[in-house]
Design a protein around this ligand. Sequence first.
Ligand code: GYE
Length: 330
Amino acid sequence: MKKTLIATTAISVGALMLSACGSSDGGSASGKDDGKITMGFAQVGAESGWRTANTKSIQDSAKEAGITLKFSDAQQKQENQIKAIRSYIQQKVDVIAFSPVVETGWDTVLLEAKRAHIPVILTDRAVDSKDTSLYKTFLGSDFVVEGKKAGQWVVDNAKDADTNGDGKIDVVQLEGTTGAAPAIDRGEGFADATKANPAIKVVASQTGDFTRDGGKKVMETFLKTQKHIDVLFAQNDDMGLGALEAIEAAGLKPGQDIKIITVDAVHDGMQALADGKFNFIVECSPLLGPQLMDLAKKVVAGQEVEPRILTEETTFDQAQAKEALPTRKY
Ligand code: GYE
């Protein structure tokens, strides 16, 4: 907000791509004399279609809200995110928002922000810090519920999901980034819901890092090592899309020989569902930008905000995907 004459170029953040959209305006720590807000946003990376849509939503809504955005891409590395947050503290931005790549290890840097009187907003993913005074609010989905919805589909469609009719439902799971909230919580929710039917068993589970490439490679291994696979639970669309390639290359029909459930509902995932290659998608909305900018304005103005803000989400089967695709925004 206040002109502090801190040149953004003076702050080195290594290989990070820190792009300052706008001038080198300082922040609330030093004064609020021109009414403008500068937000420092430390993004996870560009690992998935979800992330691309999330980044666009944040950039577009910052522009719309008249908020100057300093944006960094951490390439899925926590150390890069910590460096970016430290640089935002030095630049005295008005508010810091970030989506923590993993849950643990944030207390030190968040305490630095608190001491500098810069409010922090968590978006998309949570931290597991016991000290909740380190951030103002957490805006995002309930990933445990998402995992439960995925597991419930298998329970509800058990007969169909037993693709070789042997009375057992052998599930392979493609996990997201190890240590990330959505990977931990979706796995937990899925396990919890599928407990209802003892015939359902996760026979193999490995990380594909939320990427297409990761999903493809791990699925190739699963196909080699497992005698039979009834169901694939991919914790995001991109890993499911990568797995499709491996399944087809192995001469199997995705959606039929192997039932596929994913999370996100990005465009390519919805297309695969409409084409009959996926069976069920649990939606996770990446369009967090508008709510984030509203929250930023409130916390910078010193207003109280709810400590936890949930996004509203639905699920899609194949017919619903066909219907929703033409008007889908991402
Ligand atoms: O599901 C996945 C992305 O944190 C909710 O991260 C997000 C997850 C999303 O890479 O596609």
